[in-house]
Design a protein around this ligand. Structure first.
Ligand code: FES
Length: 165
């Protein structure tokens, strides 16, 4: 399916064939400071393995995350985005994580509609002690993205930049 100059299949896989051999998925992880940020630190101190291509962006609560923030991450070339919020019922701002869940669900629908694929975005609820789960989510998302291939928006963006220069 051709959309906006990108060669993207319905499930988010690129039609350009296999990903380049040297390519490693780049993930952005929006992490609530009350849970995931601490879980990430704990994972590090326990030397739990997760892929290096993850950019962790701490935030006070996932309820502060706007849809634009997630879309911007994809526009800037992230191959996948994770949103880590507190367990349901444990958000320090009462319903911030529920709001984030609604927003990520809406964006997942949009990603399917534009052919990028909803599997590139995932929201996970955890506590500050769930370092094992944090590392496992990172590994699983990286494998999912590896199967989907690079974010086609990155190539489109680079092409536009080249055209402008
Ligand atoms: Fe963690 Fe709201 S305080 S998701």
């Amino acid at each position: 399916m051709m959309r906006g100059g990108m060669d993207v299949l319905r499930n988010g896989e690129t039609a350009a064939g296999p990903a380049p051999a040297a390519w490693e998925p780049t993930l952005v992880a929006f992490c609530c400071g009350y849970c995931a940020d601490a879980a990430a630190a704990l994972a590090g101190s326990r030397r739990l393995q997760y892929p290096a291509g993850v950019r962790i962006l701490p935030m006070p609560c996932t309820g502060k995350l706007e849809m634009e923030n997630i879309l911007e991450a994809f526009e800037k070339g992230a191959d996948g985005v994770l949103v880590f919020g507190c367990l349901e019922g444990d958000c320090h701002f009462v319903e911030g994580n529920l709001r984030a869940r609604r927003r990520t669900d809406r964006i997942r629908e949009m990603l399917d509609e534009i052919g990028l694929g909803s599997r590139r975005l995932r929201m996970v609820n955890l506590s500050d002690s769930m370092a094992v789960e944090f590392a496992r989510e990172m590994r699983e998302m990286t494998e999912t993205i590896r199967r989907l291939g690079p974010n086609p928006l990155r190539d489109a963006e680079q092409g536009e930049s080249r055209g402008r220069s």
